[in-house]
Ligand binder design. Structure first.
Ligand SMILES: Nc1ncnc2c1ncn2[C@@H]1O[C@H](COP(=O)(O)OP(=O)(O)OP(=O)(O)O)[C@@H](O)[C@H]1O
Ligand SMILES: [Mg+2]
Length: 484
């Protein structure tokens, strides 16, 4: 097997200096998780300096370390140090070199929500068609993207990268580094609104993914979104002739025809340019159905067998905190717990409500009891935050959610806006909310828990799972990822 990087290739890509010869099978910036054979890049940030850990990384088996400041007592490891001007710039150069040498077809995914989900659907679908490399987890920012790109094997057939942003101007340079053949924009919504003045500004930032699009490339755009016309106009001015609208709208070329919850996940019927397919996923909800249609539209745009990719989606597993379902055994029956504690935004809560609405019918072995939602503050929404929290009421009502529990100062706006019969209880934070939720749930209920990561709703999930009379923890219904 060819190594990911040789010392000669690293020296050339980074204009660095190194006295020794070695090969690296991975790239790492974190000495805690560095693996034997990795190239350790000593990044320097405001609160940390990787140079302090370079020697430890080498002692743990790293092949070499990329540095821009002297490392004391490097002794026997001296020949494994690559000295560059600036390690962050060198990581970017390595990423560019990885992209330049690759023959892979590249997909980049951005959007307000659904990036990781769509990326994972692409990773899985494409891995059935050829060697596929994708960014791990949520590595989607200014260092996560170059790190992920630098990890792409030279012989990968496909590369999938999630591009994220918090501030204006972040997407374009990432896209120019990744140079996708297909770019996907999942949605444009109020999320990460703090540093933007309006949804239109967010749309323009997402559209900047087209800056790096390869000539003749394709953009997959959210047909149902209010910003769709603006995104199409952006594609036109970027010189991109190939746009594919995906969504439930009758005008979508990649069209979600229907979705329904099954005991194991979601069944989807979709149509691509009039060609109809159905497939099953073990993840649950309308958002997974939509994200999978976007992913398959991208696979099809690359001229690949999207039927095979769709078949592979039956193995798609929910990343942690993004919809894992657990059955908790209570005296008298089961409680279905849906863990959405990884993050939250208004669009994500609305789509959760739409999904729950389907659960009025018994799904997944529950008795068709009450629908309970436990919500924590949605962060990064800027000055519109209070109104966006209060504004969730109608969607929750339309979905006929029976009881809503809320935690946090922002969610108090929703609590006050809800009709009294829907109010389960409010607390200042997730820990204080736990006793109220635990006292309320009973066998047959479905409880979905959602909030921004820093709202720590995972503590509510843990408390619910601990109710399990048989094991002290719920039975996770989604099988573990099998390393595909
Ligand atoms: N297409 C969608 N429409 C609305 N909500 C969605 C959609 N896809 C995912 N979500 C919601 O957003 C949550 C996070 O999904 P995901 O991690 O895929 O988003 P992301 O864009 O990668 O987020 P981040 O900005 O944290 O990287 C999900 O748990 C779900 O609640
Ligand atoms: Mg993500």
């Amino acid at each position: 097997m060819n190594p990911l990087w040789t010392s000669a290739a690293v020296v050339k890509a980074t204009a660095g200096a190194c006295a020794g010869t070695w090969v690296a099978s991975g790239v790492s910036i974190d000495s805690r998780s560095v693996k034997a054979g990795d190239l350790f890049v000593a990044l320097k940030g405001p609160n940390f300096d990787g140079h302090a850990f370079a020697l430890a990384a080498l002692k743990h088996g790293a092949s070499a370390a990329l540095i821009h400041e002297p490392v004391k007592d490097s002794g026997e490891y001296h020949n494994r140090l690559v000295v560059v001007k600036n390690t962050f710039a060198a990581l970017q150069s390595l990423a560019v070199a990885a992209r330049t040498r690759a023959n892979a077809r590249i997909v980049a995914v951005t959007g307000s929500v659904g990036k990781t989900g769509t990326k994972e659907a692409l990773r899985l679908g494409l891995s059935f068609l050829g060697k596929t490399h994708a960014n791990e987890g949520n590595l989607n920012n200014h260092w996560g993207v170059p790190l992920s790109l630098s990890r792409m094997p030279a012989d990968a057939a496909f590369g999938v990268f999630e591009l994220g942003m918090n501030h204006p101007g972040e997407i374009a340079p990432l896209s120019r580094m990744v140079r996708p053949h297909v770019a996907v924009i999942t949605t444009v919504e109020a999320a990460h609104l703090e540093f933007f003045n309006s949804i239109v500004e967010i749309a323009d930032e997402k559209a900047a993914i087209m800056d790096g699009l390869e000539p003749g490339g394709t953009v997959v755009l959210p047909r149902d979104n209010a910003q769709y016309p603006r995104l199409v106009a952006a594609a036109k001015s970027a010189g991109c002739k190939n746009t594919i609208g995906f969504g439930a709208s009758g005008d979508a070329v990649a069209r979600l025809l229907s979705w329904s919850l099954t005991p194991d996940g979601t069944q989807v019927a979709a149509e691509f340019d009039g060609e109809r397919i159905t497939y099953d996923m073990i993840v649950s909800g309308r958002h997974w159905a939509l994200n999978s249609v976007a992913a398959l539209a991208a696979v099809r745009a690359m001229g690949c067998d999207f039927h095979r990719a769709a078949g592979a989606l039956s193995r798609l597993d929910a990343p942690p905190g993004r919809g894992a379902r657990s059955l908790v055994q209570l005296a008298g029956g089961t409680l279905l717990v849906i863990d959405e504690s990884y993050n939250a935004s208004p669009a994500a809560v609305r789509v959760l409500a739409e999904t729950l609405a389907q659960m009025h019918q018994p799904v997944g072995g529950t008795g068709g009891g009450r629908l309970i939602v436990v919500l924590g503050d949605m962060l990064e929404l800027g000055s519109a935050a209070a109104a966006l929290h209060a504004g969730l009421g109608p969607s929750l009502k339309a979905a006929e959610i029976d009881i809503v529990f809320t935690a946090g100062a922002l969610m108090e706006h929703l609590h006050k806006a809800l009709p009294a019969p829907m109010r389960g209880g409010h607390a200042k934070d997730s820990m204080s909310l736990i006793p109220l939720v635990i006292a309320a749930v009973r066998a047959g209920d479905v409880v979905a828990v959602k909030g921004s990561h820093s709202s720590h709703l995972e503590s509510v999930v843990a408390a619910l799972l601990a109710l399990d009379a048989t094991r002290g923890a719920g039975a996770v219904m989604s099988p573990p990822r099998d390393g595909l």
